[in-house]
Design a protein around this ligand. Structure first.
Ligand code: WT7
Length: 656
């Protein structure tokens, strides 16, 4: 790994923006100096410029109770008003907010005026169902406009949404609903994926059913169901309500009330190093400022001419910040697509770019690598000349994929912005500015104006250029998480205790600064994997495996994978009692399917190896490093700290 990194750090190629690009760009190099001169004044300026405040704030940051930050604390605003009504009031009601395309090819273009109406109607319906300030609403929907409408209707009322990715299982949905104590669930009968309808409602029924366990109180009063798939659904009278029976009939009059800037906006669950997902909490003012700011400058947005497309699902933070909040706060026109990239044909994405004249395209390295594999002849069948900015997010992008992206999708001219951030940071933190930065294939490069990051050693000392260490964020930022839902201790422990004396945020990523001071991300330093840009916890998958009746012990590692970045590889010890009664035939595929059902298909292991033993230290800690060597087909590293040094050769034999 490290020789590979040294090789990357020798990257000599630089791609400055063309003079034509610079001439039309809104990016301004002096932003860096202005932000450095007075960070808080800079953010205050952004907040006033980008948003409409019902009550102006007088103080930018209150860090007196660190790490619990307050941004723009005495200011008041309504997020939905900022994303909708004010654009209509400014005369842009006829501008398309969302060009939506369903997987089977049905489509719908929704203007700002129409979207505002829909959100007002939905807000009235939610209020009628008893949703009010501070209540939690779970959203479990496919990529349809109602997903965005629901999020905005919830925040319009000062309530809190918790969007759960539609690919998550009933169990995952259940634990998220319970942890947040959701009052309402918004879902659909099903949505289109890979050429067929994939049902969603049954998972909701299952998640809400059968609550006899201790502490399993049913907090959910109603389920609002959008008809999308047309598939048959079970119906619980009195609890379930069809969207089409209530939303179109509701009044389109709804005045948005202003809420304090620190009013919660959403909870989004993400994997941590333990088995239990963390409910990352974001609030309204600071989050919206930084989503709008980054969406504007990182993508060089021209809202009256650009067509923006972020391919992320609404269930991830990228969908929150760059499908819903950033683009709509900026009054942009965007494309939203329901389905998979290869349905019904492998050129579907490129066909959509051609059809809608997409100018800014934001996707993940895993997608780029899978398109590389199928070949450039597919995108080359389409007219992609509208594209002027390309973005990458979710994992490091290897220079080869970066160059392919630039040449094949960006015609060798579109700047690429490799954006580093996390669910916890809320919005982009490190990225080139396309109108300013000379980009470097594979490096996320520089913190944005107003953001301070560094690479530190274990004691928090900066390592300096040319050395590796831990990525830290050294100053608070507006879209920072405000906590973990219901668990302030875990919040401090996970992110702040490591560098407590300095007040640094620990990101969990390894990083290195090259000789120019540009940042290279080197992957997670904790037990978190990154599979196709999705974050998964090794512990969570291990817990799921041992919950299967056959499993005695399990160890999971993230192994390098050409397409998905990392892949889940599991090593499992089977119980003798199980083997006495069952044949091990088909057990591997059973275990893979089991994890898929328990957590979701994205967590399904690529490989499951059945072994007799796991490599452990004398204190009983599993040495995953050695298992990773096996999973990646390498010579097994240093085994001297193992309790039984022979164990690895047995495992290697069993894997073969
Ligand atoms: C982790 C956060 C940010 C939204 C999607 C993922 C990795 C993210 C990059 C990048 C290298 C990246 C990090 C980070 N990551 N973007 N441009 N280069 N690594 O959000 O699920 O919270 O995952 O994704 O490891 O910690 P997330």
């Amino acid at each position: 790994m490290s020789s590979q990194i040294d090789h990357l750090l020798d990257e000599p190629r630089r791609f400055p923006p063309s003079p034509e690009f610079v001439a039309q760009s809104i990016d301004d190099p002096t932003m860096y100096d202005r932000a450095a001169a007075d960070r808080e004044a800079f953010w205050g300026e952004q907040a006033r410029e980008l948003l409409t405040w019902s009550k102006p704030f007088t103080k930018v940051l209150d860090w007196s109770n660190a790490p619990f930050a307050k941004w723009f604390d005495d200011g008041e605003l309504n997020v939905a008003y900022n994303c909708l009504d004010r654009h209509v009031e400014a005369g842009n009601g006829d501008r398309v907010a969302i060009h939506w395309e369903g997987e089977p090819g049905d489509s719908r273009s929704i203007t700002y005026a129409e979207l505002t109406d829909e959100v007002k109607r939905t807000a009235n319906v939610l209020a009628g169902l008893g949703v009010g300030h501070g209540d939690r609403v779970a959203i479990y929907l496919p990529m349809i406009p109602e997903a965005v409408i629901s999020m905005l209707a919830v925040t319009r009322l000062g309530a809190i949404h918790s969007v759960v990715f539609g690919g998550f299982s009933a169990d995952s949905l259940r634990s998220r609903i319970d942890d947040a104590g959701a009052k309402l669930v918004i879902t659909a009968d099903g949505g289109w994926r890979k050429g067929r309808v994939s049902a969603l409602k049954p998972a909701v029924d299952q998640a809400l059913g059968d609550r006899h366990g201790e502490g399993e109180q049913a907090t959910v009063e109603h389920v609002l169901v959008v008809k999308r798939g047309g598939n048959d659904v079970d119906w619980t009278e009195g609890r379930d309500i069809w969207w089409h029976d209530v939303v179109p009939q509701a009044s389109a009059e709804h005045e948005a009330q202003a809420f304090p800037a620190e009013n919660p906006l959403f909870i989004l669950y993400t994997s941590g190093t333990t088995g239990r997902p963390k409910g990352i909490l974001h609030t309204t003012g600071g989050y919206l400022v930084q989503s709008a700011y980054t969406h504007k400058y990182v993508f060089d947005l021209h809202p009256d001419t650009d067509v923006f497309w972020c391919t992320a699902d609404i269930g991830w933070v990228t969908g929150h910040s760059y499908v819903t909040y950033g683009p709509l706060a900026n009054g942009a026109t965007q494309l939203m697509y329901e389905g998979t990239p290869d349905s019904p044909h492998p050129g579907r994405w490129w066909e959509l770019i051609q059809k809608y004249g997409v100018t800014i395209f934001y996707t993940a390295p895993t997608a780029i690598r899978s398109f590389m594999k199928t070949g450039r002849h597919i995108p080359q069948q389409f007219d992609l000349s509208s594209i002027r900015v390309l973005g990458s997010v979710g994992e490091p992008i290897n220079p080869e994929a970066w160059m392919w992206y630039r040449e094949v999708i960006g015609a060798g001219t579109a700047p690429i912005v490799d954006t580093w951030w996390q669910t916890e940071t809320g919005a982009i933190m490190v990225s080139p500015l396309p109108g300013v930065t000379a980009t470097k294939p594979g490096s996320a490069q520089v913190p944005l104006p107003g953001i301070s990051v560094d690479v530190a050693d274990d004691d928090g000392n900066e390592v300096g250029n040319g050395k590796g260490g831990l990525l830290v964020i050294t100053r608070p930022w507006p879209a920072m998480l405000r906590g973990i839902w219901g668990d302030p201790e875990r919040f401090k422990e996970t992110y702040w205790n490591k560098f407590q004396d300095r007040g640094y945020y620990f990101a969990g990523d390894g990083a290195r600064l090259d000789e120019d001071g540009d940042l290279w991300l080197l992957g997670r330093v904790d037990d978190v994997m990154n599979v196709s840009g999705h974050r998964l916890s090794t512990t969570e998958i291990e817990s799921s495996l041992v919950a299967h009746e056959a499993t005695a012990e399990a160890a999971v590692v993230g192994a390098n994978d050409e397409t998905t970045g990392q892949a889940v590889v599991a090593f499992v010890i089977i119980k003798q009692s199980y083997l006495d009664q069952h044949s091990p035939e088909g057990l591997v595929s059973q275990l893979r399917a089991w994890v898929g059902e328990q957590i979701g298909p994205i967590a399904r292991p690529r490989d499951v190896y059945i072994v007799n033993e796991l490599p452990k230290t004398r204190s009983g800690k599993i040495m995953r490093r050695l298992l990773r060597d096996v999973a990646e087909g390498r010579e097994v590293g240093d085994t001297t700290t193992l309790a039984d040094t022979m164990v690895m050769s047995t495992i290697s034999d069993q894997v073969k």
